[in-house]
Design a protein around this ligand. Structure first.
Ligand SMILES: [Zn+2]
Length: 245
């Protein structure tokens, strides 16, 4: 056995189950958790699903029975889940806060290009989402990298690495080794939001906490006041997670 082989997970794969309520089948994802002490239901807005979490030893029937008793709650929550906004021909996506329309160009050469308020994507339709996402990630990098370096220079701290990830729980992070990481979905956010998040993570290069001194540093690094971008994220953050997913 190779030394670094991964320990196989003892947890079974998530299972898709249906709970019937008023003649409607409600989709629920059933998960087992070694940390769960009791059976519970949770809303997972990022993945657009309702999750039933049960301790390892609880019987399947008991867990499903619990969910069935809560069918009304599940139905109400499913209705309130935010919509998905897939990358499709004709769909609208914001590019740094400005609405753009996706145009699929199956016969065109090239990959992705901008034309006014339209983003044209060449190639086969099944590749459109991946192609557009790669292009958007590159667009984000183009703005992000110089912004990070400019702010890091102001605090005279080296930046080891700038990563762009599919973070669904955090917009940005700063490691103790000086590597910063950001969500590719910030490409949808207005420039002042990106500026604030960069200021926030660069301020962590100086203060690895959320102390008063950290906030003073973040404010100093931000182009404008920090409250409007913070409020924007609070209000619209979930929408950013809907695009392309
Ligand atoms: Zn922070």
């Amino acid at each position: 056995m190779p030394y670094d082989s991964r320990v196989p997970s003892l947890l079974p794969e998530p299972e898709k189950i249906s709970i019937v309520h008023a003649d409607v089948e409600l989709p629920v994802t059933f998960l087992r958790s070694s940390r769960a002490r009791r059976v519970s239901l949770r809303v997972d807005p990022a993945r657009q699903r309702i999750v039933l979490i049960a301790p390892l030893r609880l019987s399947h029937a008991t867990a499903v029975g619990f969910a069935t008793a809560q069918a009304g709650w599940i139905a109400a929550r499913l209705k309130r889940l935010p919509a998905r906004r897939p990358f499709l021909d004709g769909a609208e996506v914001p590019l740094f806060g400005v609405a753009h329309r996706i145009r699929h160009r199956p016969d065109a050469r090239g990959t992705v290009w901008l034309d006014g308020q339209e983003i044209h994507v060449a190639g086969r339709p099944e590749y459109l989402p991946r192609r557009l996402r790669d292009w958007l990630t590159a667009e984000l990098r183009r703005r992000l990298v110089p912004l990070v370096h400019a702010k890091a220079e102001r605090v005279q701290r080296p930046v080891k690495k700038i990563g762009v990830r599919d973070g669904r729980s955090r917009w940005g992070s700063c490691g103790p080794d000086g590597s910063l990481s950001f969500s590719w979905r910030l490409v949808f956010a207005p420039p002042e939001v990106l500026d604030y998040l960069v200021a926030h993570e660069v301020a962590h290069l100086v203060h690895m906490n959320h102390s008063a001194r950290f906030w003073a540093q973040a404010r100093a690094l931000c182009e404008g006041p920090i409250e409007p971008p913070q409020a924007w994220l609070k209000k619209n953050g979930e929408i950013l997670l809907q695009y392309g997913g």
